[in-house]
Design a protein around this ligand. Structure first.
Ligand SMILES: Nc1ncnc2c1ncn2[C@@H]1O[C@H](COP(=O)(O)OP(=O)(O)OP(=O)(O)O)[C@@H](O)[C@H]1O
Ligand code: SF4
Ligand SMILES: [Mg+2]
Length: 388
């Protein structure tokens, strides 16, 4: 299998067949009869480049209800509506898309903070959407989250030591009581903060430092996967780069896999090995950073990229800016067929009738071109988009 964490050198050689990284691979479901067996499966290491998380047809519909005493369901917000992807061990998979497209809902489903309406999330071959009790607790230890806002995600009345050490209360097996202070100081050091700050409160730190505290807390239980939901969006641009660099360093040091959600396309490109573009609860396009940024085939990705500010005036002059008309439709009532059709300049009758599947477009199958990656469009084709 292709290792998505390594750049595909073979594909760059002229005439060599492209070894596209599949978005989904076959799930090797592991049957475990007891909690002990589940725990043993979860403790087993996954080799670099092998899938560690396999998301299949994930659906989250939030019910819309009416009435006060007798609530009845009148519809549903289709926040996530059939999303599938693999996260490979050691890689960073970026997820981008407009506000409300379902990114955070995907994150919460993977963290099992929300229960899926349908679909599966396989972690090391175990469907975590079906787990509960001790087995689920073991999963939660290995999959951690770093949140967007370092100002509100840290309890202002707790010291940094208590905040970072809080996960040890739930998982005392990771750090016995007598060892916790030293462990927290090690974590402060790992994220570039002075271990002597252990008794300080969040308000005594800058925004970037607070996000380092959030990252230290995320690392406390030695997780394998970190779900990062807009981890640098609330920070100044100069601080963003420092935090991103820290996250890259930690990924190498601790062999982490990241799902990295963000609005900023440039940041996502910088940190990601592969990128998925979401639109209205569905995955529109997914591929390596080069495939998505330099060879996008989905009109929505092309429009998003064309909106990224270009600092170079010469490049800016020759660029075609794609302005999308209309607002994003409501996820409670998405358009039939292709969900992007109400804003797509290429839409035809077929787009209203048939849901485009996320697959390598037929015209590119077997071709040695970076356009041969998965795109959910009936008329997928490359378009030159000048972007930063
Ligand atoms: N608990 C909930 N109840 C009802 N609807 C919800 C709930 N949580 C999210 N939604 C809706 O689901 C859709 C997807 O929301 P989500 O927060 O996942 O989007 P997002 O891509 O993370 O957006 P943003 O970029 O603004 O963070 C939105 O329409 C949102 O209003
Ligand atoms: S399927 Fe049709 S509406 Fe959807 S992106 Fe492609 S061309 Fe546009
Ligand atoms: Mg969000």
């Amino acid at each position: 299998m292709a290792d998505p964490t390594k750049k595909d050198e073979a594909a760059d050689q002229k005439g060599a067949p492209r070894d596209a990284t599949p978005n989904v691979t076959e799930v090797d479901v592991v049957e475990a009869a007891s909690v002990e067996e589940v725990e043993a499966v979860l403790d087993a290491p996954v080799e670099r480049g092998e899938p560690i998380l396999q998301v299949r047809n994930l659906v989250k519909h939030f019910p819309l209800t009416q009435g006060i005493l007798f609530k009845r369901q009148i519809g549903a917000v289709k926040a996530v509506d059939g999303v599938s992807f693999d996260l490979y061990q050691g890689e960073t998979l970026g997820i981008v898309g407009e506000s409300g497209c379902g990114k955070s809902t995907v994150a919460k489903l993977l963290m099992t903070l929300e229960r899926a309406t349908a679909g599966e999330v396989f972690y090391k071959g175990q469907d975590i959407t079906k787990l509960s009790g001790r087995a689920l607790k073991a999963v939660r230890r290995n999959i951690q989250m770093v949140f967007q806002d370092p100002y509100t995600s840290l309890n202002p009345r707790m010291t940094v030591g208590d905040i970072i050490g809080e996960p040890f209360e739930i998982h005392p097996e990771v750090a016995p009581k007598g060892d916790r202070r030293r462990k927290v100081q090690d974590l402060l050091d790992v994220v570039g903060l002075n271990p002597e700050y252990i008794n300080r409160y969040p308000h005594q730190f800058s925004g970037g430092q607070r996000q380092r505290i959030g990252i230290a807390r995320g690392l406390a239980l030695n997780p394998e996967i970190i779900i990062c939901d807009e981890p640098v969006s609330a920070l100044d641009v100069s601080v963003q780069a420092q935090v991103i660099n820290l996250m890259e360093k930690l990924q190498d040091e601790f062999n982490l896999s990241y799902l990295f959600i963000a609005h900023d396309l440039s940041i996502v490109r910088h940190i990601s090995d592969r990128v998925g573009v979401m639109y209205l609860g569905k995955m529109a396009e997914i591929g390596t950073d080069e495939e998505i940024y330099d060879h996008p085939t989905h009109p929505y990705t092309q429009a998003l990229l064309s909106a990224v500010p270009v600092p170079d005036p010469e490049a800016r002059d020759g660029r075609e800016r794609i302005i999308l008309s209309g607002d994003v439709p409501s996820p409670a009532n998405p358009p039939s067929g292709c969900r992007f059709r109400t804003r797509c300049w290429k839409a035809e009758d077929k787009c209203a009738k048939e849901v485009p599947l996320l697959a390598i477009p037929e015209r590119f199958v077997g071709q040695n071109t970076p356009a041969a990656h998965e795109s959910a469009c009936h008329f997928a084709e490359e378009k030159d988009v000048v972007h930063a």
